[in-house]
Ligand binder design. Sequence first.
Ligand SMILES: [Zn+2]
Length: 442
Amino acid sequence: MERTTITNGIVVTLDDDDTVLVGGTVVLEDDKIAYVGPADKAPRPAGKVIDASGKAVMPGLVDLHYHTAIAKGWSDHLPLWEYLDTLWYPAIRALDDETAYWAALASYCESIKCGVTTVNDMYRRLEGLATAAEEIGIRAVLSNDIADPEHDLDSLDDTRAAHAAKHNAGGGRIEIAVGIEWLPMASEQLLRDARALADELGIKFHIHLNESMTEVDNSLERFGRRPTEVAYDCGVLGPDCVAAHCVWLSDREISLMAETGTHISHNPGSNAKLGNGVARLPEMLAAGINVGLGHDAAECNNSRDLFETVKLASIIHRAVRQDASLGQPADILRMATRNGGRALGHETGRLAPGWKADLILIDLSGPMFVPLLAEHTAQLYSHLVFAANGSCVDTTIIDGKVVMAGRKMTTVDEELVCAKANEAFTTVLGRMVVPDPDPGTH
Ligand SMILES: [Zn+2]
């Protein structure tokens, strides 16, 4: 057994009582948390000891809607549909395992450096992604971009193959899920078949729903119903399903999400950058829906810093509703941690014995956190939501293993990863075939 003892930190447990322990101790045994509490009651330190003086110790962040990205900042001046047709789809069609592997390593590297310990990643070439996740040490749920065959993306068979090759790799840290790109590229039959595959393999489901008004219009035109109504009718929704975006939900669609226990990933940064609108978060929460947070993709939200999404998830709703009582820090921090863990069926997102050892150390020593009265929980929570950004993360621990310490990656050569991801982008740009505009998909 490998034991790690973290001492002297301000331990933000995010448990049901919002317990914060000043000078508390956290003990990890292998991949689990064994003890969280005062130092004088802690088991005698053995093995590795991490001194967390001047740091907060909190659960790692869960990025609940994620795409590995290869083309951040490229052609992103275009409107969404044009961007998808001329950059996003051509780029992901040009991927192979090798380019996907380097793109994933670079993506996961940025996330880990910003305190993310789990990604719910929908992308292509899952074997390349899984290898990257295994090596870098991140917890990853990986799903394909499944669409009808004429769109030349992924199929259910691709997911079946990835499942056979990589499900539960990395000691269970890597999972394969079923991912549906979105309804404009899916028939009802495909949705039903995708649900059947998820049930057969006992794996999770990841789908984009109601992201833009144009998607809703497309669904009304093709199916005579709104996207979430179609997903419901095809059996897609359920407690194993994460629906991303959900910006334009009707009251009935919110009820369908709540009734089925579907989890929602709220992605306010991506929704704002792409001009898609502001989701009805207060109504979702009032309906009892479990909502986590996602950055989406670095092509649609150029930063993978989930602390930025954390802040936006509070302030964007205050702005549009003219109501500063919305998005209180304790609730937003839960969305970024335990709600995301719950959505994926993981025992992550809070510091408690028996839960997974996924946690981060936040450096409180700089001006970002001044002033701070250590015993004043509300002030610390406020700093973490409104003042922090990913550069405050000093150490990231996943599955009991330190993957970043003192802002240095311990599992990969960061410089090499960045160089190779640049090369992969150049390779993909060279291979990309940009099709003629297809009015059928618009
Ligand atoms: Zn997305």
